[in-house]
Design a protein around this ligand. Sequence first.
Ligand code: NAG
Ligand code: NAG
Ligand code: NAG
Ligand code: NAG
Ligand code: NAG
Ligand code: NAG
Length: 293
Amino acid sequence: MGFYLLSLSQFLSSILFLFHFQTTISSSNHSSPSHSCAHGQSLSLLQFKASFSISSSASGYCQHPKTASWKEGTDCCLWDGVTCEMKTGDVTELNLACSLLYGTLHPNSTLFSLRHLRKLDLSDNDFIGSHISPQFGQFSNLTHLNLSLSVFAGQVPSEFSLLSKLVSLDLSSNYYLSLEPLSFEKLAQNLTQLRELRLSMVDMSLVAPDSLMNLSSSLSSLILNSCGLQGKLPSSMGKFKHLQYLNLGENSFFGPIPYDLEQLTELVSLVLSGNENDYLSLEPTSFDKLAQI
Ligand SMILES: *[C@@H]1O[C@H](CO)[C@@H](O)[C@H](O)[C@H]1NC(C)=O
Ligand SMILES: *[C@@H]1O[C@H](CO)[C@@H](O)[C@H](O)[C@H]1NC(C)=O
Ligand SMILES: *[C@@H]1O[C@H](CO)[C@@H](O)[C@H](O)[C@H]1NC(C)=O
Ligand SMILES: *[C@@H]1O[C@H](CO)[C@@H](O)[C@H](O)[C@H]1NC(C)=O
Ligand SMILES: *[C@@H]1O[C@H](CO)[C@@H](O)[C@H](O)[C@H]1NC(C)=O
Ligand SMILES: *[C@@H]1O[C@H](CO)[C@@H](O)[C@H](O)[C@H]1NC(C)=O
């Protein structure tokens, strides 16, 4: 009721005052961020940068040499490709896709001291046949990992099963990388949040097709073309209710197409070409239902 006693001009000036107060607060946050990059993490990033050379042939599809902007004595939270948690100044995202990085990623790399990472993208660089270190398993909060197109070789370490918060994993187009059956099974059982799994070109020739059925039922995208998978197609796919993209092309599958594919009502794209297609069979009833998708 006191409110009605204010004159119009008093009312307007109090609004203006509030407005001024608000903008002062937000601009002061902007000009002096109270939490800049934690010093140790800044150092880790600089040492990581120093362990690679920049080579114009290291990235194929796009080229953004992001580490070039990283300078000692500046706030690493403002560096290209680096994202920090505002409250703590911890580095939580590192996106170095297409950064022309050339060199070996050693297990003693300071990359692995960035324990707070939630998203890590090192895709489309040239790590010249580096093995994927078991140290990747230490990134316990990682939700997104992209190591595609980066010339990794050897085996996917079984420690990947420790990354139980992963939502998206892309290891595709590393031509000399293989995934052993035991590592695959551990990964399939523990990565229960996975929505996107891309392993194109990764050698999975020893993995039993039926073990694909143990993958997370949250999957919306399963891209396993050219993985050397062989044998009968998984007998059932019905549990993957949210699957939108399924690519099992360019493998050596034969036998009946899973009877319950028609239950995948969200399917947008299905690729089975490039298999032993003379020996793939589709029941007429399944075909009718698939045709309605
Ligand atoms: C500015 O900082 C204060 C205190 O640290 C915080 O409560 C507020 O949300 C921040 N404002 C903006 C716009 O970030
Ligand atoms: C990391 O390991 C590599 C290979 O073993 C070695 O050449 C390099 O000097 C090591 N770097 C550091 C900082 O210890
Ligand atoms: C992981 O995330 C949890 C929950 O957000 C957090 O409490 C914890 O500190 C994080 N761990 C690291 C190493 O960042
Ligand atoms: C991973 O990186 C590649 C190359 O940068 C990109 O094309 C692909 O979409 C990324 N994968 C995911 C799952 O985002
Ligand atoms: C599965 O993930 C949890 C962390 O969420 C970890 O403690 C456990 O060791 C993992 N199991 C395997 C087989 O890696
Ligand atoms: C699926 O996982 C269970 C354990 O949860 C295991 O006993 C079974 O062998 C796995 N199936 C395949 C085909 O790998």
